[in-house]
Design a protein around this ligand. Sequence first.
Ligand SMILES: Nc1ncnc2c1ncn2[C@@H]1O[C@H](COP(=O)(O)OP(=O)(O)OP(=O)(O)O)[C@@H](O)[C@H]1O
Ligand SMILES: O=P(O)(O)OC[C@H]1O[C@H](OP(=O)(O)OP(=O)(O)O)[C@H](O)[C@@H]1O
Length: 221
Amino acid sequence: MPASTELLTVAVPKGRLLEESSHLFERALGVSPRKLLEGTRKLAADAPAAGLRFISIRAADVASYVEHGAAAVGIVGLDVLREEPRDLYEPLDLGIGRCTVIVARPKGAAPLPRGVAPRVATKYLSLAAHHFARKGVPAEIIPLHGSIEVAPSLGLADAIVDITETGETLRANGLVIEEEVLQVSARLVVNRVALKLHAERLRRLIASLREVVAAPVRKGR
Ligand SMILES: Nc1ncnc2c1ncn2[C@@H]1O[C@H](COP(=O)(O)OP(=O)(O)OP(=O)(O)O)[C@@H](O)[C@H]1O
Ligand SMILES: O=P(O)(O)OC[C@H]1O[C@H](OP(=O)(O)OP(=O)(O)O)[C@H](O)[C@@H]1O
């Protein structure tokens, strides 16, 4: 197929970004990846009228698919992009999946004695290490994959670095925010080679999405 008629592959994250990403594509191009992919075990669905093929990918893997060119375009949280920097073009803040990477500690915990390295539980190994290094604090990073907020109450950690949105999970586990590390929203990412090969089509796709991101959402959506 010539480069001009080939479907452009869009890596759409499963999980909590799927719904809002799908709304953006539906408003911009009239196609919803969620609707195309739901109710099937197929992980790819074509939208030929839009010139796109959507693939359903775990949020943590989208950047790899796009960086290596398996997908031309993807949607990734800024937390993921800053945790593991990639050679990707990041043309658009999609304004969805807003949350904050924070340092939290048990409510009422005494300040840590100077010279004692805090034990920090997190899945953001690099963001956490850089955050404490910038402050000159020699933290011991304890890698976890989830349910981070329970670690301090079990004596596994003195602090956590994790995402918060409503603050509900922190409150329910007796934690309070000590510092903000990174304000997060989802970004559109584009493969650098694809950007050269399909410059005009990608320029139009980015422009359509930029328009709906900037436009207020009509009531009832
Ligand atoms: N509570 C939250 N509120 C808003 N956005 C969030 C929240 N938690 C995560 N996010 C954002 O959504 C992205 C995807 O999160 P999601 O929970 O769907 O996947 P994940 O658990 O990181 O990955 P996996 O697919 O491996 O389970 C995160 O990288 C972050 O940018
Ligand atoms: O401030 P809140 O609105 O309570 O949201 C924060 C929670 O959301 C995310 O967890 P998720 O539900 O993705 O579970 P996991 O990371 O433990 O898999 C994050 O890791 C927090 O635990």
